[in-house]
Design a protein around this ligand. Sequence first.
Ligand code: GLN
Length: 307
Amino acid sequence: MDKVDYLKVFREIVAEMDGADDCGEVATYIPELANVDPNKLGMHLTTVSNDNYSLGDSDEKFSIQSIAKVWSLTLVLKILGKETWKRLGVEPSGNAFNSLVQLEYEKGIPRNPFINAGAIVICDMLVSLLEVPKVDLLNFIRKSSGIESIDYSPGIAESEIQTGHRNYALANLMKDFGNIHNDIGTVLDLYFNLCSIELTCKELAQAFLFLASKGVNPFNNETVISPRRTKRINSIMLMCGFYDEAGEFAFRTGLPGKSGVGGGIVAIHPGEFCIAVFSPKLNKRGNSYKGMKVLEGVTTKTNSSIF
Ligand code: GLN
């Protein structure tokens, strides 16, 4: 089969968006996000056989925020297996990523590992499971991605700690229901550091390629997780990766994906590729406006999705 010229596809999509499409707002809750140039637009696609296609600001580092929640889930699943699901679910929330309401009437059990409450429970599990949680999680991220230079960004983490009142509220509510076992400050320190990681589109596409290749990272042949659990992670990304817009993303793109409020999106085509897009202006649901457009364009123009 002929190789798809994804660069040509990227160029077409960008040309079509040019001028016509400039919606959304950059996240402003911390200065590190508010000060990002709103006009940045980068994309990078890596195939499982290591063909690479990039356009625009694909080598620009940005705050990956909630995209990093894929790693924390992967590590907990690797260690705990199905025990993980005693304390959180795998259902779409249909609510904002930081909503408190559902958590109250569902007695402190988050709907899934990607809304903030779910990611905080996952961090609580990691605090219990790992010897030196911050160091061990970072080592796992470096090893699984094959990118040794990945690090937390102390400035971003500190800003998040200073402004993350709602995340403290979520953690306190869950602690009251008995679903947070460790000290809230320690758990949220891990959570905010996880969210603080900065990467380029190119690095992201490499880091999550294991999800397109049955759990093995083709860059360093590292077995990150089993094929069965790779299936589960992709399924949760498809159903829950975009919070209360997960249905819309699946409908438009037809791929599992995960977004972050830094304006990044990673999407997986199992057996084919991993793609990362960065455009900081967010829609009302906190997902990158242009990022979603680019991914919809890629699967529509190449007539390929998981469906
Ligand atoms: N750090 C952000 C928060 O905790 C992450 C949210 C996101 O990227 N959706 O609110």
